[in-house]
Design a binder for this molecule. Structure first.
Ligand code: FE2
Ligand code: FE2
Length: 439
């Protein structure tokens, strides 16, 4: 719990104590999830400060179940919701160092979102127990045979060569003399790819660019050549490169992870990476977006081709309370990030993009620290906020060097997260028009 001045409050925060007017009149009960109406009312009463939940959290003790708010009128949080939300966030942060500079900001935002999500769901939303799905119930899991990167890639015929449209786009990217028309031409023969790109370019992120260049572009970008002018030829080709390999995501076996959740985690990491890159200047925002989108791509391959291995890794991650990438290393000798880097190298992806994916769990390579750090932090944020999931239940520890390289503070990261969350909902809708945004 912490005292916050009224100007520091935002929607979604939860009151930890009853609020009364300066004259002592009862105004709002503890447990109220603040919305814009509450904020206006608190401002109108000219109060100095109120006490809210989840605001400071220097150590795990601060994530103890907060003040017991009794089930009250609409807009208040019941004890059960608070306890379950707190337990869920505590489990998610079990591997995250409490002395990390991002701990306070991320645990507060994660707890606020968890409370909002569970409140909007209309019930406490009990945690789904982890289930070992590597063998039918009662049967012993399969023995884990030795595995190599090459054997994994060899057994996946679809991945031997990338989609054809990708090859055309890559040619444009690699040729310094490519023109705007070359970029548009490479994409226009794939109508589904072109449509996805236009929806992406029409999202609010690029909408701001269009407004800034008022008069030069219509409200909506309806052709690839206009999209190239708004985003830039190289940037649009980079976005196209990422989007062109996304059909391979459809093959995720539901046995391991829900495809929609996997997408949401990938898009969450993409929008977070784009925002971090734009805020810090440490990477090109479009390249960061695509690297975020593809960062856990290697896990799809593992889910499909290394079933006993990923089953053993998931069991180990549960038993040892560790992030799944560490368990993958223990079981397979390498993790999904290295596997994806290997694949992207085979496909001759731009080297920096490949390194951003390859090093997202190991951003310490001095040559690539800055760019890999962007994806590393983006993955930490997406996991901490539970934006979808790729099979991993624990937020990875934040790498100190990566955090230093980015030069952010807990407050500046906290200010970026709501922007990322808005973009996540919008970008998910550009891929899945029926997507419901987060509460
Ligand atoms: Fe990962
Ligand atoms: Fe991830």
């Amino acid at each position: 719990m912490v005292r916050r001045t009224i100007s520091e409050l935002f929607s979604g925060m939860v009151l930890a104590e009853d609020v009364r007017t300066p004259g002592g009149r009862f105004l709002m009960p503890r447990g109220t999830v603040l919305d814009t109406g509450h904020l206006k009312s608190l401002t109108a009463w000219n109060l100095d400060a109120v006490v809210v939940l989840g605001e400071t959290a220097p150590g795990p003790a601060e994530l103890e179940p907060p003040v017991a708010a009794t089930a009250g009128p609409a807009g208040t949080v019941g004890t059960n919701v608070l306890e379950l939300a707190t337990a869920s966030v505590r489990a998610r942060f079990a591997c995250f160092k409490p002395d990390s500079p991002a701990w306070a900001a991320l645990t507060r935002l994660a707890l606020d979102r968890e409370v909002r999500k569970r409140t909007a769901a209309g019930d406490a939303g009990a945690e789904e127990p982890w289930e070992d799905r590597s063998a039918p119930p009662g049967e012993a899991p399969a023995v884990v045979p030795p595995l190599t990167l090459e054997s994994l890639l060899r057994d996946e015929p679809k991945l031997v060569s990338p989609p054809e449209v990708y090859l055309r786009i890559n040619e444009v990217l690699r040729d310094p003399t490519s023109t705007v028309d070359d970029a548009a031409d490479s994409i226009k023969h794939d109508p589904s790819l072109a449509a996805k790109l236009l929806r992406l370019v029409n999202s609010s992120y690029y909408g701001r660019t269009m407004r800034a260049m008022k008069g030069r572009f219509p409200a909506k970008v309806d052709s690839l050549s206009r999209a190239v002018l708004v985003v830039g030829a190289r940037q649009l080709s980079t976005l196209a490169l990422g989007v062109s390999v996304l059909p391979l995501f459809q093959d995720i076996p539901p046995k391991w992870v829900n495809m929609h959740l996997f997408w949401e985690h990938s898009v969450g990491c993409a929008v977070a990476a784009q925002a971090i890159a734009a805020a810090t200047g440490k990477a090109n925002p479009e390249t960061a977006f695509v690297a975020g989108l593809l960062h856990d791509f290697g896990r799809i391959l593992v889910f499909k081709q290394a079933t006993p291995h990923i089953g053993a890794a998931m069991r180990r991650a549960e038993a040892e309370t560790e992030p799944l990438y560490l368990a993958e290393r223990a079981v397979m000798g390498f993790d999904h990030a290295v596997l994806a880097g290997h694949l992207l190298q085979k496909w001759q992806f731009p080297v920096n993009l490949e390194k951003m994916v390859r090093c997202h769990h190991d951003p310490g390579d001095p040559i690539y620290t800055d760019e890999a750090a962007v994806i590393h932090l983006a993955d930490v944020v997406a996991t901490a906020m539970a934006w979808g999931g790729s099979g991993n239940r624990r937020t990875p520890a934040l790498d100190d060097d990566a955090w230093q390289a980015l030069g952010l503070t807990g407050d500046s990261l906290a200010a970026l997260v709501p922007v990322m969350e808005d973009r996540l909902a919008e970008t998910m809708r550009s891929f899945f028009p029926d997507h419901q945004g987060p509460p």
